[in-house]
Design a protein around this ligand. Structure first.
Ligand code: ARG
Ligand code: GLU
Length: 710
């Protein structure tokens, strides 16, 4: 059925939030309980979060500061994504023991690998501390004073709440500072790598399949938390013992069918659900296109290099993964926003708000003021996007940036011995730069693109035609003193103990340094920085009022607070979708699809011989579905975002059925606007995960630790 715009708008006005949209606060889940049960949930809000009893929240951890994990045994064993454990898999690999390529399975506890720096954080309890934080705070105070008072209250409260315990406290703002919650956490620091599949399972499909459905990635890895003999966090020690979690998840092999209720329990990082039409327009129609166009250039050159040699593939693999991750997500986001006419939707809501606010002095001016603040922010934000994605695209300019910052911060001064050895060390450790054809091509092309679009007017001072600018940029790269370190080192040696001004005078003999300094000085003038900071602060302050107004305007709506890397529950149901005309996406994928994608010539699509054998013998054991297929992934309408990676995906009974690891490309706009027709999270089916551990890797002893129901 074709929905007409007025119908959509009407829906939006009546229901500012869509069913399935929302990332809910565990402490307040009582408010969602009825809706969740109506949607199919068979457990209670208290089973999920309960301050007095062990509950599901005790099985969920924050993995470092950006992913989620879940306990699956009473001996501290937990699951997360392969891409979350990536760093620890890679950094423990050597050419002889290449765990990235071949996978890693600890066959006993002694083989588990300590991961320095890795933390696993359990939420002990949370509490609404709005009144304490906002005590004596009022809107008439200057914003800076107001914030100082708030920060003071936060520091005092945090110290008080964990006094005499081994816990750590944080307080975070919600709804742009209309509400504050305290989180008391237990942070474990002895975490060990237990298992990871080979890359061609854990990252099957690579960046080509990233953000896409149908998906066949076995995106999981396993770790174990160790504690002291009292079950408390302790730094790594061989005397530590496996941690006994208060709760670990029960795994269900029943799987899911279209329409089944599921929920995701984890740590979503950032969303911007309540921003205005100006913010959506800026992100989707202005910033994303700039970033995408400039990353096109970078990716083109890196991919060429990677395809030309295995050594270059290794060299560029991880940076390309991260450049490509954002590049692809923003494309999906902008297309999605345009498809639903997101800017118009926001404008329609704003018109309604203005009408409501018309006779309410507290709110009457907020939208016009927000608009003005965005008008001030926009030019600097756009300029900085160009600078960061173009000037900072090359290794060359990055090296100069580091040198520039050092001079600016006075690091080449006071007490530091200005000997050739120190300068040598500086060049080896911090400024290490290697010129390459790839880097040069990226430098020339991104800067040229910036010039063509009028964002590098300083390039026009001496050069007038595109050919001249191109020649100039080529010369700069070829003659950069970073390429002639002996020359540059001598110059740097002279900069010690000079004022930054004098040092720059010297350094600018190097024309590449001069170009960087001009570009930086152009984008980051004091006035522009002031414009950026003050408009951002103004926006934050106005958003606080705007969101408060929205809540008053629609007192019966349950508004979810934007994601802020705190524990949330999001729920929905297993559902396929129509990504484009004539295409219907089924909600689950199977091993069959891996065989269909197999391509021995493409690194990311190689299928392990062992996996093929199991496929040919249909040796799926108890992990097959009722049709005899081996399920690999599924999609559902849960509202997730970055940080939810590794989150447990649970069924109506609260049993583990999958691990969240991605979102469908067509719905990546859900950080700004949720469209129930397109927004889907992507999960690894727990049966594929267990199949890989058990049947593929022969690490059945790990599966034996788990609690599994059929
Ligand atoms: N898109 C996923 C997330 O945002 C997975 C990224 C890692 N995988 C990759 N192929 N780069 O973070
Ligand atoms: N892959 C993302 C992560 O690392 C999850 C995908 C998303 O953005 O929803 O958190």
């Amino acid at each position: 059925m074709k929905k007409t715009l007025p119908f959509l708008l009407l829906l939006l006005l009546i229901h500012p939030l869509h069913a399935d949209e929302g990332m809910w606060i565990p402490l307040l889940l009582g408010k969602n309980e009825a809706a969740m049960q109506k949607a199919g949930m068979k457990i209670t809000a208290k089973d999920i979060y309960d301050i007095n009893n062990a509950c599901l929240k005790d099985a969920v951890i924050l993995f470092n500061q950006g992913c989620t994990g879940e306990y699956v045994s009473d001996e501290g064993l937990f699951l997360t994504n392969h891409h979350c454990g990536y760093y620890y898999i890679v950094s423990n690999s050597t050419v002889e023991h290449n765990y990235l390529t071949n996978g890693f399975w600890a066959m006993n506890r002694e083989q588990e690998i300590p991961c320095k720096g890795l933390t696993a954080t359990r939420l002990v309890y949370m509490e609404d501390v709005t009144d304490e934080v906002l005590q004596d705070v009022c809107d008439q105070q200057p914003e800076a004073d107001r914030q100082r008072l708030i920060d003071m209250h936060i520091a005092t409260l945090c110290a008080e709440k964990v006094n005499g315990t081994h816990y750590k406290a944080v307080i975070k703002p919600f709804y742009y500072g209309n509400q504050y919650f305290l989180y008391v956490n237990e942070v474990f620091t002895d975490v060990r790598l237990v298992g990871a599949p080979p890359s061609n399972i854990g990252k099957f499909g690579g960046d080509t399949d990233n953000w896409m459905w149908p998906r066949h990635t076995g995106d999981f890895s396993m770790f174990r938390v160790y504690a002291d003999k009292d079950n408390k966090p302790a730094p790594y020690s061989k005397d530590n013992v496996p941690y006994k979690p208060l709760k670990h998840l029960t795994i269900s092999l029943k799987g899911v069918n279209e329409g089944d209720f599921t929920f995701v329990f984890g740590y979503p990082g950032t969303t911007q659900r309540y921003v205005t039409s100006d913010a959506v327009d800026l992100a989707a129609n202005v910033e994303n296109p700039i970033r995408i166009a400039l990353r096109d250039i970078r990716l083109k050159h890196y991919n060429e290099a990677m395809n030309s040699s295995p050594a270059l593939r290794l060299k560029y693999a991880s940076r390309v993964a991260s450049i490509a991750n954002g590049w692809k997500k923003w494309q999906g986001e902008s297309i999605g926003i345009r498809r639903v006419d997101g800017v118009a939707q926001k404008k329609a809501f704003e018109a309604d708000f203005r009408q409501w606010a018309n006779n309410r002095p507290d709110y009457k001016e907020v939208l016009p003021q927000l608009h003005q603040a965005y008008e001030r922010l926009k030019p600097v934000e756009v300029e900085w996007t160009w600078f960061n994605e173009a000037v900072m695209a090359s290794d060359l300019m990055n090296a100069y940036y580091k040198l520039y910052r050092m001079v600016q911060n006075g690091e080449l001064k006071s007490g530091k011995l200005a000997t050739e050895a120190t300068v040598d060390a500086l060049f080896q450790k911090t400024l290490k730069f290697e010129a390459s054809e790839t880097d040069k091509a990226i430098f020339v092309e991104t800067m040229l693109c910036m010039w063509r679009n009028g964002f590098a007017p300083y390039l026009d001072k001496k050069q007038h035609s595109e050919a001249e600018v191109t020649r100039f940029l080529n010369d700069i790269y070829d003659n950069a003193w970073m390429n002639k370190p002996e020359k540059l080192k001598k110059l740097v040696l002279k900069c010690f103990d000079k004022t930054p001004e004098d040092a720059f005078k010297l350094l600018r003999k190097d024309h590449a340094m001069d170009l960087f300094a001009v570009a930086y000085g152009y984008a980051y003038t004091t006035a522009k920085r002031e414009q950026y900071t003050s408009s951002k602060q103004e926006i934050d302050k106005l958003m606080r009022t705007y969101v408060k107004g929205m809540m008053e305007m629609m007192p019966d709506s349950n508004f979810f607070p934007d994601a802020n890397l705190t524990l949330r529950v999001t729920y929905g149901h297993v559902a396929g979708f129509r990504p484009k005309d004539g295409v219907w996406y089924q909600p689950y994928s199977t091993l069959e699809g891996i065989m269909q994608k197999e391509n021995p010539d493409i690194y990311d699509y190689v299928v392990e011989p062992k996996l093929k054998q199991l496929y040919e013998a249909k040796d799926y054991g108890r992990y097959a579905n009722a049709k005899g297929e081996l399920p690999v992934g599924f999609i559902a309408t849960n509202h997730t975002t970055g940080g939810n990676s590794g989150s447990p995906v649970l069924n109506a009974e609260g049993q583990l059925i999958g691990i969240n690891f991605d979102r469908c490309w067509e719905g990546t706009m859900s950080d700004l606007l949720f469209d129930p027709d397109y927004c889907r999270n992507i999960s690894l089916d727990i049966r594929y995960c267990l199949f890989i551990i058990d049947k593929f890797a022969g690490a059945g002893h790990l599966v034996n630790e788990m609690t599994i129901v059929k």
